[in-house]
Design a protein around this ligand. Structure first.
Ligand code: CP
Ligand code: NVA
Length: 344
C-alpha cells in the first residue's frame, strides 16, 4: 500500500516556515482545508486531530492574533498549548537556538515560533525533530497567507486570475509573503511602494519562478493608478514593522501611499468585486500610543489606512483576523494530525 502511505504522510512531520517551501497545490490544499475546518467549527462538529499533543508557543515579539489563534486552535484540536515568552525562557540569552530546540522537541509535539531572525526559525526546525510553524519572522509571515487567501476565496469563490494590490512597505514580511503566495495561487500581485521600499531581487526571483508555473502576473511599481487599476483586493500593513524604529523616514516615504477612498475609486472596480484587507494591528486613528505619538510628531491622525476605509463596505480585516484561527488549525492538523490527505 505505497500510495496510502504517501497520502497519509504527505504533510506529516513537516515544518511550515515559508510558503515557498511548499508547492502551489499544497498551499491551495491548506486554504481549502482551513475553509473546511471553519465549517466544522461553525457547526459544532468536533475535530480533535491533535488529542493529547503538547504545543509550545515561542514569542520573541508581541502578538494578539497569532498567539490567540495558536492557543484556541490547539485547544479545539484537543492539544495543550503552552506560551513561552521571550522573558520566560533562556533562548538567546543563556541558551542557543539548537540546544533550546532539542529540549523543546523532546517534550513538545509541535513548536510555534515568532521571532526576528528567519535563520533561527530554520535552526529550530532543524534541531527540534518536531514540526515548527513560523508565526512571523523579519522575512516571512506564512500562516498569515493561508488566512488571507482563505478570506479572498470566501469573498470571491475562487483565486486564480484575481488582482491583489499590496500598498506600503514593499519589503516587509507580509509584502514578501503576499507576492510569493499570490504567484503560487495564480493571483496577479502588484506591490505599490516608493522606490526605496521595492521588493528585493531575491524575493522577486522566488515569486517569479512560481508565477512562471501558474501564469500569475507580478508588478512592483510606485505608480498608484497602475497598481490599483481593476484590482480586487487592496491590502496594507503597518509602515514600521516590529523591530524597526525609523518612524520619521517611513512617515515621509509612505504618506503618499496611505490607503484612502480615492484609491478605491481610482481602481474602477465595482464595489462587489473589491475588498480591503489588513493583517492587523492597524493605525487608522489615534486610539493607540503609537498613533498619538505620530500625531504629535508628524501631525497625521491616520497612517497606512484611513478610518473611513477601515470602516467601509470594503473592509474584511476582522473576518481575516478570525480566519487566522481556522487556518492555523489547518496547518497544525495537516502537519501533526496524521491525516488522510487526498493525493496532492
Ligand atoms: N497579523 C498578526 O500577525 O497579528 P499579531 O501581531 O497580533 O499576531
Ligand atoms: N509587518 C508587520 C506585520 C505584523 C503582523 C510586522 O512585522 O510588525
Amino acid at each position: 500500500m505505497v500510495l496510502e502511505k504517501f497520502e497519509q504522510s504527505h504533510f506529516q512531520g513537516r515544518s511550515f516556515l515559508a510558503v515557498k517551501d511548499f508547492t502551489p497545490e499544497e498551499i491551495e490544499f491548506l486554504v481549502d482545508f482551513s475553509l473546511h475546518l471553519k465549517y466544522l467549527k461553525k457547526n459544532n462538529i468536533s475535530h480533535h486531530y491533535l488529542e493529547g499533543k503538547n504545543i509550545a508557543l515561542l514569542f520573541e515579539k508581541t502578538s494578539t492574533r497569532t498567539r490567540s489563534a495558536f492557543t484556541t486552535a490547539s485547544i479545539d484540536l484537543g492539544a495543550h498549548p503552552e506560551f513561552l515568552g521571550s522573558n520566560d525562557i533562556q533562548l538567546g540569552k543563556k541558551e542557543s537556538v539548537a540546544d533550546t530546540a532539542k529540549v523543546l522537541g523532546s517534550m513538545f509535539d509541535g513548536i510555534e515560533f515568532r521571532g526576528f531572525s528567519h535563520a533561527n526559525a530554520e535552526a529550530l526546525a532543524k534541531y527540534a525533530g518536531v514540526p515548527v510553524w513560523n508565526g512571523l519572522t523579519d522575512d516571512w509571515h506564512p500562516t498569515q497567507m493561508i488566512a488571507d487567501f482563505m478570506t479572498v476565496k470566501e469573498n470571491f469563490g475562487y483565486l486564480k486570475g484575481l488582482n491583489l494590490t499590496f500598498v506600503g512597505d514593499g519589503r516587509n514580511n507580509v509584502a514578501n509573503s503576499l507576492l510569493v503566495a499570490s504567484a503560487m495561487l495564480g493571483v496577479n500581485c502588484r506591490i505599490l511602494a516608493p522606490q526605496e521600499l521595492h521588493t528585493s531581487p531575491e524575493v522577486m526571483a522566488i515569486a517569479q519562478k512560481f508565477a512562471d508555473q501558474t501564469g500569475a502576473e507580478l508588478l512592483v511599481t510606485d505608480d498608484i493608478e497602475t497598481a490599483v487599476k481593476d484590482t480586487n483586493v487592496i491590502y496594507t500593513d503597518v509602515w514600521v514593522s516590529m523591530g524597526e524604529t525609523n518612524w520619521e523616514e517611513r512617515v515621509k516615504l509612505l504618506k503618499p501611499y496611505q490607503v484612502n477612498m480615492e484609491m478605491f475609486k481610482l481602481s474602477g472596480t465595482p464595489a462587489d468585486k473589491l475588498i480591503f484587507l489588513h493583517c492587523l494591528p492597524a493605525f487608522h486613528d489615534t486610539q493607540t500610543e503609537y498613533g498619538q505619538d505620530v500625531e504629535e510628531k508628524y501631525g497625521i491622525t491616520e497612517m497606512e489606512v484611513t478610518d473611513e476605509v477601515f470602516n467601509s463596505q470594503y473592509a474584511r480585516q476582522f473576518e481575516e483576523a478570525e480566519n487566522r484561527m481556522h487556518s492555523i488549525k489547518a496547518i497544525m492538523a495537516a502537519t501533526l494530525g496524521n491525516l488522510f490527505v487526498p493525493k496532492i
